[in-house]
Design a protein around this ligand. Structure first.
Ligand code: 13P
Length: 248
């Protein structure tokens, strides 16, 4: 059985001070987290230091980053490497978020390079895939997702595939308040699990307007192993509401 993971993707929100303030409220609540649920936050790079400081000595909230470069060092202005993330205790790294695909030239090839670098250095990549509104309306959802999966995981051994996390994030559901129907999300995510060898125990997260109010319906589906949460992860109470909804 895949483990359940509830991860907050903070996107371009929160300074270091705001991150510390969030954790001052959120960490004391971790005593009530369900034992079988893993929880993580992915703040912006500049807030990782503040997060790492607050998380020292805590083992219930993991630290994630929102991107990484595939090279370990070099002339890559503005980029951040895996060893730089390791220094802050980052263990999860989101790769291929649709916002980066749409706005920052992220393509399947670079996702694949990043996943390989992360696995080689002991991180857990969270590879995000998902269809646009137009792709859904033209009936190409499944083909689009299979293609993102095959390209993103290309060249990986089955043992390496087993060490990743996947996220299904329909682009049209992100930040719109309109989540994917739970049964439809489960259908797509079941297809994802079947499309590459080695995914049997890999957590597949749903992302796209997940909130405490709709989390139970989504997380109750057999192939939905957790959530990648944007807006609702920015406030301790709503993030906690989703963590609690993940209880088996
Ligand atoms: P929202 O939860 O704000 O829709 O964002 C989802 C997301 O993009 C997480 O990566």
């Amino acid at each position: 059985m895949p483990r359940t993971l509830i991860a907050g993707n903070w996107k371009m929100h929160k300074t270091g001070a705001e991150t510390a303030a969030f954790l001052d409220v959120f960490l004391p609540l971790s005593a009530s987290f369900p034992a079988d649920v893993d929880v993580a936050i992915a703040p912006p790079f500049t807030a990782l230091g503040a997060a790492a400081e607050r998380l020292r000595g805590h083992n219930r909230v993991g630290l994630g980053a929102q991107n990484v470069h595939w090279e370990l060092q070099g002339a890559y202005t503005g980029e951040i490497s895996a060893p730089m993330l390791a220094e802050h205790g980052v263990t999860y790294v989101i790769v291929g978020h649709s916002e980066r695909r749409a706005q920052c030239n992220e393509v399947d090839l670079t996702c694949n390079l990043k996943v390989k670098t992360l696995l080689a250095h002991g991180f857990t990549p969270i590879l995000a895939v998902g269809e646009t509104f137009e792709e859904r309306n033209t009936g190409s959802t499944d083909a689009r997702i299979a293609s993102q999966m095959h390209s993103g995981l290309k060249g990986l051994s089955e043992a390496d595939v087993a060490r990743i996390v996947l996220a299904y994030e329909p682009v049209w559901a992100i930040g719109t308040g309109q989540n994917c129907d739970p049964l439809e999300a489960d259908r797509v995510m079941g297809n994802m699990r079947a499309c590459v060898e080695g995914l049997r125990n890999v957590p597949i997260l749903y992302g796209g307007s997940m909130k405490p109010e709709n989390a139970r319906g989504l997380l109750g589906q057999p192939d939905v192993d957790g959530g990648l949460i944007g807006g609702a992860a920015l406030k301790a109470e709503s993030f906690l509401g989703i963590v609690e909804a993940a209880k088996a």
